[in-house]
Design a protein around this ligand. Structure first.
Ligand SMILES: Cc1ncc(COP(=O)(O)O)c(C=O)c1O
Length: 365
């Protein structure tokens, strides 16, 4: 008999042992991608040109963030010390939580919302306090106010929110900042371009407000991983201590100025999506599919108990959509990204076939 050996495996922190791995359903995505709220078409052609000019020297050097941070800050009307670039907003959330959360702190999350807030909060020693939206999935302002306690350290709000597409008003957000002076209020404006309203102009006035923006959505650069945090210098100085100096890579830094400069491309894409959203919402209404009003580049629809079959049938029709039925308060729901008008006309055709197939299945039962 072979000799038995005991294998000792180091244990991670208890909080990590309790976490589940978050595995987004990426897989094979060679179809119309309406599943991850990306730009469904392309980034600016000016960004492609920059990529074509990347040299070996650019690749051998460590990336330098500061010069590009200065450009981004100027673009937003801020001082360079008020902005940090990050490896997507995901890294911004992670670093913010690592910087501020200690044992005994509370993170308030209005839910349903973006999954990664909970993932990153769970790996700290803080406690997550979820505040459930009502059935209309509107921003639960009053409930959130009531949940603020002396232990509240971070309040994370996606505005517009995902997967609901709902928004909080400026005055609600400003009121929250004032009512929780001991906490950092993170306003994640990943979908800002499709909504048009921001609180970034409040950064000088409110010392506990931090705003996140991404280049993954309207700009079409999800693969480059580029995001930012903007906030008062008094908070950003702590975040810079935790952030890796090299987490934003050279390709991303080289492309960012071109992406910012091509305002015409961004404007065109956003107008296209907003027009497509109105057209597609009308299609959903005509088909009597329940939906929530959206201020972003996606719409949440209520498919009911056969949501998984719906997602599968849409995939067979070459359209990828995202099952959100396990999000709190989203039973039976599916989220569909809005692309261009032509793409959404194709999606509408697939939707109509899929709904007919589901209805036929229902009748046969
Ligand atoms: C609200 C919200 N914030 C952040 C992100 C992620 O952004 P990034 O790609 O910059 O990490 C997403 C992506 O879906 C999102 O929905």
């Amino acid at each position: 008999m072979p000799e038995q050996t005991t294998i000792f495996s180091p244990r991670p922190r208890r909080r990590v042992q309790r976490m589940k791995e978050y595995h987004p359903p990426l897989g094979s995505r060679d179809a119309l991608r309406l599943d991850f709220n990306e730009n469904t078409l392309a980034c600016s052609p000016k960004v492609r040109e920059v990529l074509g000019r990347i040299s070996t020297g650019d690749l051998t050097r460590y990336p330098e963030r500061e010069p590009v941070e200065g450009l981004v800050a100027a673009h937003l009307g801020l001082m360079p010390a008020q902005v940090v670039l990050t490896n997507g907003v995901d890294e911004a959330i992670h670093v913010l939580f690592e910087t501020f959360l200690e044992a005994g702190d509370e993170v308030l999350l209005p839910v349903p919302t973006y999954t990664m807030y909970e993932v990153y909060a769970s790996s700290t020693d803080a406690r997550v306090v979820a505040i459930q939206a009502a059935a209309d999935l509107q921003f639960p302002f009053e409930r959130l106010l009531a949940a603020i306690s002396p232990r509240t350290k971070i309040i994370a709000i996606a505005n517009p929110n995902s997967p609901s597409g709902s928004v909080a008003t400026r005055s609600q957000l400003i009121e929250l900042v004032r009512r929780a002076p001991q906490a950092v209020l993170l306003i994640d404006e990943a979908y800002f371009h499709f909504h048009g309203e921001s609180v970034i102009d409040q950064l000088d006035a409110l010392s506990n407000l931090v705003v996140a923006r991404t280049f993954s959505k309207a700009y079409g650069l999800a693969g480059l991983r580029l995001g930012l945090l903007a906030g008062p210098v008094s908070l950003m100085q702590w975040i810079r201590r935790v952030l890796s100096p090299y987490s934003v890579n050279s390709l991303a830094l080289a492309c960012l100025p071109a992406a910012l400069e091509d305002a015409a491309y961004l404007e065109w894409y956003v107008e296209e999506v907003v027009a497509a959203r109105a057209e597609f919402e009308a299609v959903l209404d005509a088909a009597q599919i329940r939906r929530w009003p959206s201020h972003a580049n996606f719409v949440l629809v209520d498919i009911g108990p056969r949501h998984a079959e719906f997602v599968q049938r849409m995939r067979t029709a070459n359209v990828l959509v995202r099952d959100r039925s396990s999000d709190p308060g989203c039973d039976g729901c599916v989220r569909m990204t809005i692309g261009t008008r032509q793409q959404m006309r194709n999606a509408a055709a697939a939707l109509s076939e899929t709904m007919a197939a589901l209805r036929a299945g229902n009748e046969a039962q």
